[in-house]
Design a protein around this ligand. Structure first.
Ligand SMILES: Cc1cc2nc3c(=O)[nH]c(=O)nc-3n(C[C@H](O)[C@H](O)[C@H](O)COP(=O)(O)OP(=O)(O)OC[C@H]3O[C@@H](n4cnc5c(N)ncnc54)[C@H](O)[C@@H]3O)c2cc1C
Length: 448
């Protein structure tokens, strides 16, 4: 049977847009299906509005440290509803703007897509056939199987709620939970994180996480690890969380209980079976070219992949790879060696490359250079309370294998390390580069 389209893309976020760009430039017939807002999670209810809140937390952090400069300030008061409105206003234009980009690249269908067979998709009654289909459906909060899970809210609710919560409990201490915890605590909430694992952020370098955890405690966030959450129930007009630590029972009241356990691939309601798409109940199984292992004309990119880091630039990168592979055959494989990531707490935790644990499990001989920069001129000038750096340098080749920074503008500095890793610039070459002084970047020479 003839196909209506060369490429049908399910999902109008970063990943879907990257595919559509490549496909459109090559003159392919593209269908674009989106059930909600074009632009997807990052600009509408993720990275961008969250960063507006994080920017406010930075301002509060500066105010907190004003006294080190001899500046007296009154206790700041944040009008939360204005902050939420600011975040909303900043991105209000995105869905329409992105939809008009989508319309330039192909036919747009609004609605929920499900598979009918391996080449056919149903969009709310409309039947579309395509030679290639891309699953770019993003992620959704991990469901929690505990009594009272229906009372949980999500990061999206936090971003949309103009009523400021006095007390908040995050169940799970993932990246998004930590970022929102820092914002809410600095604005004035009392925040508690209940984490099931022995430590937060298990994929990140343990020492760097320890630094961030200490700073998170210093600003007043309560963190409990090895926690088993038992149930959530309404109580006294608020919510009560019952949990256990080391077999001992506890319960705490909060205005909001937020699911901070991370996000899973949003592929559960696509009817993958109808198309014979192999999956493991959580995610679609793909090969190294991002093709379905059972249906090689069906591709997956972005958060929907789930086994790669859920980051907006990666969704774009993977989408571009899928677009390229559709056009030229399976030739490109993603390479995540030099992908930087930032936990946007205040201060941020920024990292790239291997953690020390990963380097040692791979048997790599690395020189570990650790520094506390709080006593350096740069750290002292700005009254930094945390300024930690750990850089892993290959003992044989002098290449940088990993960098992990907490504070000290690490969210910007990390890109120097990412560039060095990506372009194989040695630690000696980076240290011999000229940097303007005094800047945070100029400290990089002393971190190697
Ligand atoms: C609160 C929060 C903060 C974040 N902060 C950052 C950050 O600071 N930096 C960073 O790099 N990343 C961040 N992320 C992650 C980032 O947003 C994602 O990695 C990125 O948006 C993934 O893009 P995507 O295209 O894969 O999916 P999405 O952008 O989620 O797009 C998927 C689209 O598919 C649509 N869709 C789903 N199912 C169907 C269907 N069956 N039919 C039709 N349409 C469908 C959805 O409506 C959605 O628009 C954050 C995420 C969240 C939630």
């Amino acid at each position: 049977m003839a196909h209506d389209y060369d490429i049908l893309i399910i999902g109008g976020g970063n990943a879907g847009f990257a595919v559509s760009k490549t496909a459109h430039e090559a003159g392919k017939r593209v269908a674009f299906v989106e059930e909600r807002d074009f632009g997807g999670t990052c600009p509408n209810r993720g990275c961008t509005p969250k960063k507006v809140l994080v920017a406010a937390a930075h301002a509060l952090d500066e105010i907190e440290r004003a006294s080190v400069h001899g500046i007296e300030v009154a206790t700041p008061r944040v009008q939360w509803s204005r902050l939420i409105e600011r975040a909303r206003n900043m991105v209000a234009f995105v869905p329409d703007a992105m939809e008009s980009v989508a319309r330039k690249r192909g036919d747009v269908f609004r609605g929920h897509a499900t598979f009918i067979d391996a080449h056919t998709v149903n969009v709310d009654g409309r039947v579309l056939r395509a030679a290639h289909i891309v699953i770019a459906t993003g992620s959704r909060p991990r469901p929690l199987a505990i009594p009272g899970a229906e009372y949980l809210t999500t990061s999206e609710d936090v971003l949309g709620d103009p009523v400021f919560p006095d007390e908040v409990i995050f169940i799970g201490g993932g990246v998004i939970a930590l970022e929102f915890a820092h914002v809410l605590q600095r604005v004035g909430s009392r925040v508690r994180i209940l984490e099931a694992m022995p430590r937060l952020l298990p994929r990140q370098d343990a020492e760097a996480v320890g630094e961030l955890q200490a700073e998170t405690g210093r600003i007043g966030v309560a963190i409990e690890t090895d926690v088993k959450v038992v149930r959530i129930e309404p109580s006294e007009g608020r919510l009560r969380v019952h949990y256990e630590v080391g077999g001992k029972a506890y319960s705490r009241l909060a205005d909001r209980v937020v699911n901070g356990t991370g996000r899973i691939a949003n592929v559960g309601d696509l009817d993958l079976e109808a198309a014979g798409i192999e999956h493991d109940g959580v995610r679609v199984l793909v090969d190294e070219y991002l093709r379905s292992t059972s249906q090689p004309h069906i591709w997956v990119a972005g958060d929907a992949l789930a086994h790669t880091a859920q980051l907006s630039p990666l969704a774009t990168y993977e989408g571009a790879i899928v677009g390229h592979n559709i056009l030229h055959g399976p030739v490109k494989q993603p390479d995540y060696t030099a992908t930087p990531s930032v936990v946007h707490t205040v201060p941020a935790l920024a990292s790239v490359g291997l953690t020390q644990e990963q380097a040692s499990s791979r048997g790599l001989a690395v020189r570990v250079v650790r520094n506390d920069m709080t006593s350096w001129f740069s750290g002292k000038s700005y009254g930094e309370t945390t300024a930690f750096a750990k850089v892993l340098i290959d003992e044989h080749t002098d290449h940088i294998r990993g960098a992990h920074l907490v504070g000290h503008r690490g969210e910007e500095l990390i890109h120097l390390f990412a560039l060095a890793i990506a372009r194989e610039i040695t630690a000696t070459e980076l240290a011999n580069t000229h940097f303007a002084f005094p800047t945070f970047s100029s400290d990089v020479r002393n971190l190697l």
